[in-house]
Design a protein around this ligand. Sequence first.
Ligand code: FDP
Length: 333
Amino acid sequence: MEITASHPLALPVGVTLDRYIMHRQTAFPYATGELSQLLRDIALAGKIIHREVNRAGLIDLTGGMGVQNVQGESQQKLDMIANIRFSRALKNGGEACAIISEEDEDIIFTGNNNGKYVVAIDPLDGSSNIDVNVSIGTIFSIYRRITPIGAEPSLADFLQGGRRQVAAGYILYGSSTIMVYTTGHSANGFTYDASLGEFILSHPDIHSPANGQIYSCNDGNLESYDEGIRDYLNDCRQKQYTARYIGSLVADFHRNLLKGGIYLYPPTKKSPDGKLRLLYEAFPLAFLAEKAGCLATSGHRAILDIKPTSLHQRTPLFIGAPLMVENLMGHLD
Ligand code: FDP
C-alpha cells in the first residue's frame, strides 16, 4: 500500500493539550506555570472520568447513591466519583487553595494555602443522562485568589464576579470526549485520543456563528415560562427553527456553540430563580461564550455582570448566538 502525504497515517498527530498550554505560557513572560499546571490537573481528572464513564455499565457505576446532594437532587454514583476525582486532582496538584463543587455544601480547603487559585466546578453535569449513555460533562471556572497567599482562602475568593475568571471551560463526554477552555483570549477545543491518552487540538480559535436556527429548552416547562419567553419560542417555531434539547447543559451548549443556536433555562414555577448554578455553570459558560462571540444573559443583565452573593446561587440562563439572544431580549419586558 502506498502511503501518500495526505493519507491519514502520514498526517501529523497534531498539537497536544500539554504542548499548547506550554506554548501559550511562553507568551506571558511573568507566568509562573501554575495556571498551566492547574489546567493539566483538570485535564488529567477529565481523562479518568472519561474512563469511568465509558465502563460505568460494566462495573456497577450506574444508578443513584440513595442520597441527595446540596441542591436536593439525587446523587448518582458517577457524580460522587467525579467529585472525588476532581477534588483529589486539585488537592494533589497544589495550585488551588480551595474548591467549590456542586456536590458539596461548603468550601473545600485543599490544604495548599500557598496555592494562587480557587476553582469552582460542576464535576458531572447532566446527571439524569448518566445511566442512559447520553452526553454529560464537567464545567470548571478558575479565579486568582484575592485573599493573601499563605492565609486561609474565604468565600470572597469565590464571589469576585464572572469577569474576574482567569480561565474557564468544560469537558464533554459525548460521542467523543472534548475539552474546551479559554484563558480569556481565544476559545479552543481538544479532542481526546484515548489510544494516545492525549487531548489533541481539534477546534482552534472557536468562533460561533452570529446567528443560528437551533433552540434548546425543556418544552415540558412551557406553561410555566413568562409570556415573553413563550412568545420567543413561538417565533422560533414559526421560523421553523430546529428544537434540540439533550438536557445536559454542556452538550446542548457545545452543539449550539459550533452550529449556531440558543440554550434557554428560564425561571419556572418550580425554580423561580432559574435552575442553573451561577458560579460553576453559568459563569464559566458565559465567559467562554463571550470569547467565542456569543452572548449570555439572565434576561435582566449579562451573566458576567451578575454580582454573586452565595456559593450555590441560581440564575436563569439564555446563552448562544448573539443575534438569537438579542432577538429573545426583544421579547422580554
Ligand atoms: P441535571 O439536572 O440533569 O444535572 O445542571 C443541571 C441540568 O442537568 C443541566 O445540565 C440541564 O441542562 C438541565 O439541568 C436539565 O434540567 P431539566 O431536566 O429541568 O430540563
